[in-house]
Design a protein around this ligand. Structure first.
Ligand code: SF4
Ligand code: ZN
Length: 319
């Protein structure tokens, strides 16, 4: 029978038993292993270079709190500059708590923090949009709108503060879900964009990076708790309606019997990604890297998606 002690240091208080690689770790060795793994990913995938100014999308959820804490190691070593931005989409009963924790985390780490709300910027909230959607025949999903406006705000803040990288807390579960979702939907366009970092030749886009991409969601939650940071585990009330949620449940179930399945999905995808990308990009040549005529943001058509949605919502809500 194997002993129930930390496989690194022999400490008897283990906090995790990693079924996928047989490691049992105490709190100290576990936290160290997470930090090492993330910093190794950053180095290997060339996500950050010295003197980068990194902006973290800080929702106050466990992923972004963990990300800020780990990137703060690089800030403290004077390798990077670090700031954080929280977006208040106006989701009652959910976002308030995230904002409180985001503020508290940034303060604790001494990181400059920006908060931008949909209400201030667009004069409506996601709750307003969804109230209206209840009255139509074919209601749209909240994430369809939310994602587009969030992206626009992230890009704008990154440009305003002259950030060179925009870091998000996507974890292994998120990435596996994205791969499966896009595959099942046949959405190759989105699939080729899944990666450690975005690759755009357009300088108006700040490069997006995902340093937590190889860390399972459960371990990120444990890392935050073991690090003594507060975290809210509640999910967005609109998320349960999504296809992503269904896929997430399926993968979580499969992981119980097959502990390595998320790693094999990600690793397998990384192997075929260059081939899909090459083949796909051949078909995409000639696609213009244009500018939205309304807002001046980068767009593939005359009017960007955010401006199209904005017009539609302003008409519907009369704002
Ligand atoms: Fe917005 Fe959807 Fe995320 Fe909720 S789950 S915050 S609606 S993108
Ligand atoms: Zn626009």
């Amino acid at each position: 029978m194997t002993e129930n002690v930390c496989t690194q240091c022999g400490n008897k208080h283990i906090v995790i038993n990693r079924k996928y690689n047989g490691q049992k770790l105490c709190s100290h060795c576990f936290k160290e292993s997470i930090e090492k793994q993330v910093l190794k990913t950053i180095k290997k995938q060339k996500l950050i270079t010295k003197n980068d100014k990194v902006l973290v999308g800080l929702s106050g959820g466990k992923d972004s709190v963990a990300l800020l804490k780990i990137l703060n190691i690089l800030k403290e070593k004077n390798i990077i500059e670090l700031e954080a931005v929280t977006i208040d989409e106006g989701i009652g009963g959910y976002r308030e708590e995230g904002i409180r924790i985001a503020k508290q985390t940034a303060e604790k780490l001494g990181v400059k923090h920006h908060i931008v709300s949909f209400k201030d910027k667009y004069n409506f909230t996601i709750d307003d949009i969804m109230e209206y959607q209840k009255t139509v025949d074919k209601p749209q999903h909240a994430c369809t709108y939310c994602g587009v406006f969030r992206r626009q705000i992230f890009n704008q803040v990154a440009r305003e503060i002259k950030a060179t990288k925009l870091a998000t807390g996507h974890n292994l579960d998120d990435e596996t879900q994205s791969i499966m979702m896009n595959y099942l939907e046949g959405n190759i366009n989105n699939m080729v964009r899944i990666g450690y970092k975005t690759e755009s030749s357009d300088e108006r886009f700040t490069q997006k990076i995902k340093p937590l991409r190889k860390i399972p969601e459960k371990e990120i939650g444990l890392y935050v708790v073991e690090s003594g940071f507060e975290v809210h585990f509640d999910g967005c009330p609109y998320a349960h309606e999504s296809f992503r949620m269904e896929i997430g449940d399926f993968i979580r179930d499969a992981t119980l019997k097959h502990p390595t399945i998320m790693y094999s999905t990600l690793n397998g995808f990384e192997k075929i990604r260059p081939a899909i990308k090459e083949q796909y990009l051949k078909q995409q040549t000639g696609k213009p890297n244009g500018t939205c005529k309304k807002c001046g943001e980068p767009a593939s058509q005359d009017i960007c998606k955010a401006c199209k949605f904005l017009e539609e919502i302003q008409q519907q809500l009369g704002v």
